[in-house]
Design a protein around this ligand. Structure first.
Ligand SMILES: [Fe+2]
Length: 253
C-alpha cells in the first residue's frame, strides 16, 4: 500500500536540464560567451555545462543537422540584476548576432514586472535573459527575485556590459494544468509556485532548489512534442529510494 500523505517520489531535487542542439562546436561556445556557462564534462556527442552561481547542470546533446529548432515555449533562462542590464544585454547580443550566428534577438515587452530579451543560438534553442527588478519592487521577496548567494563579478565575465547572476529556469508544456499540477505535487513531490498573482501557478520547484521549471498549458493541437533529449532529471538518494518511487508511481490512483 502506498502512503498517500507523502508524494510518490521523494527526490533530492531537479539536478539537470537536458538540451538538444545541432552541433556542440556551434552551441557550447555561445553559451559560454553570452551566459557564463562553463564546460564541466566532455563527451563525444554531449557536454555538461554549469553556470558558476547555480547548482543544476545543463547537458547539451548533439543531434546533427536534421533536428528542428525548438519552439519558444521550450526555452531556458538566466537572470540579471535590473532592467538596465537587460538593455545592455540586448546591445551586446545585437553586436554579436552575426559573429556568433544567432538566429534571432528579440526584446520582449515587460510582462507583470518581468523584463527580458530572447535570443536563438545557432543550434536552434531559445534563451531568455530576464530582470525581476519591477517584480521585486512590487513585493516579490529578495531571495526569490535575486536567487543567488553571490553576484558574478566583472572579472568572471568581462566586457559584456551585463552579468547573468543565476541560471533560473527551464520550461515545458502541459495539456491540462490541473492534472499536471497534481502530478508535480503528489507524484513528484514538487512545490508549484507563482511569482505573480494568478489562480493557476505553474512554476515547478523542488523545495530545496531556487531554480524551477515553468509548465505552460497549451491546447493539444498546439503542442510540440520534442525528443527525450529535451528533458529534466531529478535525483534520488539511493537505488532503493528509486525503486520505492517507481512502485509508488505504479500503484498510486
Ligand atoms: Fe522564461
Amino acid at each position: 500500500m502506498s502512503d498517500l500523505a507523502k508524494p510518490a517520489v521523494e527526490s533530492l531535487g531537479i539536478v539537470k536540464g537536458h538540451y538538444e542542439c545541432n552541433y556542440l562546436d556551434q552551441t557550447v561556445p555561445v553559451l559560454s560567451e553570452l551566459l557564463a556557462f562553463e564546460v564541466v564534462e566532455r563527451g563525444t556527442r554531449q557536454m555538461t555545462m554549469k553556470h558558476p552561481n547555480t547548482d543544476w547542470l545543463l547537458v547539451v546533446h548533439e543531434s546533427g543537422p536534421d533536428v528542428p529548432d525548438k519552439p519558444f515555449r521550450n526555452h531556458y533562462g538566466v537572470r540579471v540584476k535590473n532592467n538596465e542590464q537587460v538593455d545592455r544585454a540586448y546591445e551586446y547580443l545585437m553586436a554579436k548576432k552575426e559573429p556568433l550566428g544567432l538566429k534571432k534577438v528579440v526584446m520582449r515587452n515587460e510582462r507583470a514586472g518581468s523584463y527580458s530579451v530572447f535570443f536563438v543560438e545557432p543550434g536552434g534553442n531559445y534563451w531568455e535573459i530576464e530582470s525581476y527588478e519591477h517584480r521585486h519592487q512590487a513585493g516579490l521577496t529578495h531571495d526569490v527575485a535575486y536567487p543567488w548567494k553571490q553576484e558574478l563579478n566583472e572579472e568572471q565575465f568581462p566586457g559584456r556590459g551585463y552579468l547573468p547572476h543565476g541560471f533560473t529556469h527551464g520550461t515545458i508544456e502541459c495539456n491540462d494544468w490541473a492534472s499536471s499540477v497534481r502530478f508535480y505535487k503528489e507524484g513528484l513531490g514538487m512545490d508549484v509556485i507563482t511569482h505573480v498573482q494568478t489562480t493557476k501557478p505553474h512554476n515547478i520547484k523542488h523545495p530545496d532548489n531556487t531554480w524551477y521549471v515553468v509548465s505552460l498549458e497549451v491546447p493539444e493541437k498546439n503542442r510540440k512534442y520534442l525528443t527525450p533529449l529535451q528533458r529534466f532529471t531529478i535525483a534520488m538518494a539511493s537505488e532503493d529510494k528509486l525503486k520505492e518511487a517507481r512502485d509508488a508511481l505504479n500503484t498510486r490512483p
